[in-house]
Write a protein that binds this ligand. Structure first.
Ligand code: SF4
Length: 183
């Protein structure tokens, strides 16, 4: 019989991502500096979404939540671009990645109900986020970004032997899933 770990690997392998790689939990580092980038950075979602800081909880709360997870898998979508100004190509790769990531999260939840998915960018499950006027509409499904959890994507990729940059004529989107069972 297949273990839950084998089942989730199989689901991810068949999902259509460009690359996947196992995360060794000791390489997961939650850094204040990355969270500070949310506040200072240019994505503009700080304080606008339940999945972003400060709505997603303090870094300490995120750390505590992550402590109950035993394994993780990084997933990447790499899009080929005509050149670095190929905005359409960038958008296409981003949409393809997000769709695949969310659909796969639903499948993984059937094996791991406590799944923690951390995506690329803010939560876009609802057309408009309810933050801060009323509670999150889908607290069990909402997706925080890796950065909201203080994870530096290039760092976690390097520590788990995954590439982060695939050259000037490509764009890579990286996300991950954490599971509360061992591999
Ligand atoms: S699920 Fe909806 S309400 Fe909750 S964080 Fe995402 S967009 Fe906002």
């Amino acid at each position: 019989m297949m273990s839950d770990w084998d089942k989730v690997k199989e689901i991810i392998k068949n999902a259509g991502f460009s690359h996947m790689g196992e995360i060794r939990m000791e390489t997961v580092e939650l850094m204040d500096e990355v969270r500070d980038m949310c506040q200072n950075g240019n994505c503009g979602m700080y304080g606008k979404n339940w999945a972003c800081p400060p709505g997603c909880g303090s870094l300490e709360e995120c750390r505590k939540r992550l402590l109950s997870y035993r394994t993780g898998i990084l997933v990447q979508t790499v899009g080929e671009l005509e050149d670095s100004m190929d905005w359409e190509g960038i958008k296409e790769a981003e949409e393809r990645h997000k769709k695949c990531f969310l659909e796969t999260a639903e499948k993984l939840r059937e094996v791991c109900p406590e799944l923690l998915p951390l995506g690329a960018g803010t939560c876009t499950l609802c057309k408009e986020c309810t933050y801060p006027d009323s509670p999150c509409r889908q607290p069990d499904r909402r997706v925080s970004s890796m950065e909201a959890y203080g994870i530096l994507v290039s760092d976690i990729c390097a520590k788990n032997q995954m590439k982060y940059y695939y050259g000037p004529e490509s764009i890579a989107y990286t996300s991950c899933y954490f599971f509360d069972f061992s591999s």
